[in-house]
Design a protein around this ligand. Sequence first.
Ligand SMILES: [Zn+2]
Length: 80
Amino acid sequence: MMPSCIRCHGRTTTVLTYHHSDAKAFLDDARGHEKVYDGILLCDVHASRFSAPRGWTTMDRRARTALPLPEASVRDGHGL
Ligand SMILES: [Zn+2]
């Protein structure tokens, strides 16, 4: 079972890792990587809010780039 987001305890979708030698921060899909990287686990919300420290570069390597908004899940004509 995947640990939850460190900030809000929501569902983890992203692993954040810092590469100090390159001054880069990597955002990766958490699925399948949680045992590979010794990273910081984040949900969609906090992954999207992440900003690298000053002078660092953020490398977003996640496959999913478009994050659906909660409103997008409500389909016209199919509401309750
Ligand atoms: Zn979160």
